[in-house]
Design a protein around this ligand. Structure first.
Ligand code: GDP
Ligand code: IMO
Ligand code: MG
Length: 431
């Protein structure tokens, strides 16, 4: 029963979309297991670029059945737009399935997300304002509306009346207008009608595929350091991007997962507020932003950039039980005279190399760096380890050594084919 999980090892935007598309060539199902349209996953095939927010990144392969699992929060309007966008570009969407248990992001969730952020002032999280936190909040409070509810007018009516009574009172506290029941109810019914062919029990589909020994790929959104439990709380998202989230959110059991593929960017980025110990506000940071085109796929915001941080890397490898790593965007480091990695933090008088589970401690952490010689060669054309310059190989080998798990692929550009598959012990041999 081989299920593989792909998850981000940093603060999101590690290139999970590219990796999912790449590895989907050999599987039959790709399942999104958490998050919502806060995610922005980019897939580049030839000169075509696809930016996906809800539809799993494997969907661009004709043979794939794309699944949106029960752990995802779904904004039906975004999903309808995305299905339409993909179909207009010739991607067949009839095989898409959405869990009837997945929660719906309603317009009042989006309004509340924006209102809370505005009210928080300096304490804002810097969310994507897609209603993610409020929707997951209602799920935990058992006041949410699920995708299956959109297909049952009586149930939808009673759930929506109950929700609106409370939401409108809270919106009034923020000075925002109330939502009118009749128009929201009729909108929700129409989303249900249009999405009805896709809504079903996706766990049964995933389990049936596993029982037939078909390969299932579970695609995470966001990243480990944005995880509600394992990230830099409160500067996190409201779900579990870690591999464990694939079980609850995708409908697989822990023993069905045979492989966890961690996606790692060759440097650090973060969008929104919260600690980023290696952040660079100098010309190197500007190089990473501009050369790496580090602008949010969902919100267009400039991503904060810094050197790769080995401290949370080990934490991420542990909490995800990572079996192998795909290293992305190493091409972006070309041209820098030297490349640094953070190997520990100085916090007051103390030197630490364990990830502190406290945003407050991290805010005070001053990074301690190891420095590597840089390289000037453009790496985008490299297709084997041997073609990488020696300095780049040393950098990659140090990452592998620190992580303690093999690097299976090195990505040297956004396009599907701009990838080095590391075979056997060639990385070790190249050191
Ligand atoms: P995701 O959210 O993890 O799927 O990542 P995003 O799509 O938000 O951001 C990753 C960006 O980097 C996208 O624009 C990708 O096309 C691009 N990308 C992925 N891998 C590489 C790589 O190896 N090199 C370069 N230059 N770009 C890459
Ligand atoms: P992908 O899947 C990067 C960040 C937001 C904010 C915090 C909480 O493309 O890697 P939310 O809207 O989830 O309540 O915002 O999480 N965030 C992401 N950062 N990549 C993402 O997704 C993100 N999804 C949310 O910027 O700091
Ligand atoms: Mg992204």
């Amino acid at each position: 029963m081989p299920a593989s999980v792909i998850c981000g090892l940093q603060w999101g935007d590690e290139g999970k979309g590219k990796v999912t598309d790449l590895l989907a060539a050999d599987v039959s199902l790709v399942v999104r297991y958490q998050g919502g349209d806060n995610a922005g996953h980019t897939v580049v095939i030839g000169d075509e670029t696809f930016k996906l927010h809800l539809v799993p990144s494997g969907a661009l392969h004709e043979h794939i059945r794309p699944i949106i699992g029960p752990g995802v929060v779904v904004n039906p309007r975004t999903l309808l737009d995305e299905i339409q966008m993909l179909e207009s570009r010739g991607i067949e969407m009839s095989k898409l399935r959405v869990s009837s248990s997945a929660h719906v992001i309603m317009p009042y969730h989006v309004a509340l997300d924006g209102a809370r952020e505005a009210a928080a002032g300096d304490g804002m999280i810097g969310t994507t304002k897609r209603g993610i936190g409020p929707a997951y909040g209602d799920r935990a409070w058992r006041t949410g509306i699920r995708m299956g509810d959109l297909l049952d007018p009586d149930l939808l009516r009673s759930r929506l009346i109950a929700a609106l009574t409370e939401k409108n009172a809270v919106l009034a506290l923020y000075g925002l207008p109330a939502f009118e029941f009749e128009s929201l109810f009729s909108d929700a019914l129409s989303w249900g009608q249009r999405l009805a062919p896709f809504i079903t029990d996706t766990t049964a589909i995933v389990q049936a595929a596993l029982a037939r020994d078909e390969l299932v790929l579970l695609e995470g959104a966001q990243g480990t350091l944005l995880d509600l439990d394992h990230g830099t709380y409160p500067y996190v998202t409201s779900s579990n991007p870690v591999a464990g989230g694939a079980c609850t959110g995708g409908g697989v059991g822990p023993r069905q997962i045979t492989e966890v593929i961690g996606v790692l960017k060759a440097y650090s980025t973060r969008v929104g507020a919260g600690p980023l110990p290696t952040e660079l506000n100098d010309e190197v940071g500007a190089h990473l932003v501009e050369t790496g085109r580090e602008y949010g796929t969902t919100t267009g915001r400039r991503r904060r950039c810094g050197w790769l941080d080995f401290v949370p890397l080990r934490h991420a490898v542990q909490v995800n039980s990572v079996s192998s790593i795909v290293l992305n965007k190493i091409d972006i480091l070309s041209g820098l005279p030297e490349v640094k990695v953070c190997v520990g933090y100085r916090v007051g008088n103390e030197l630490i190399d364990e990830w502190p589970m406290s945003a407050a401690v991290l805010e005070r952490a001053a990074p301690v760096y190891d420095t590597f010689e840089g390289w000037t060669q453009d790496l985008r054309g490299c297709r084997s380890i041997e073609e990488l310059p020696a300095a780049a190989r040393r950098y990659v080998a140090a990452i592998e050594q620190r992580a303690g798990v093999p690097i299976s692929h090195i990505s040297v550009g956004p396009e599907r084919t701009q990838t080095i598959a590391v075979r056997g012990d060639s990385l070790v041999a190249a050191r």
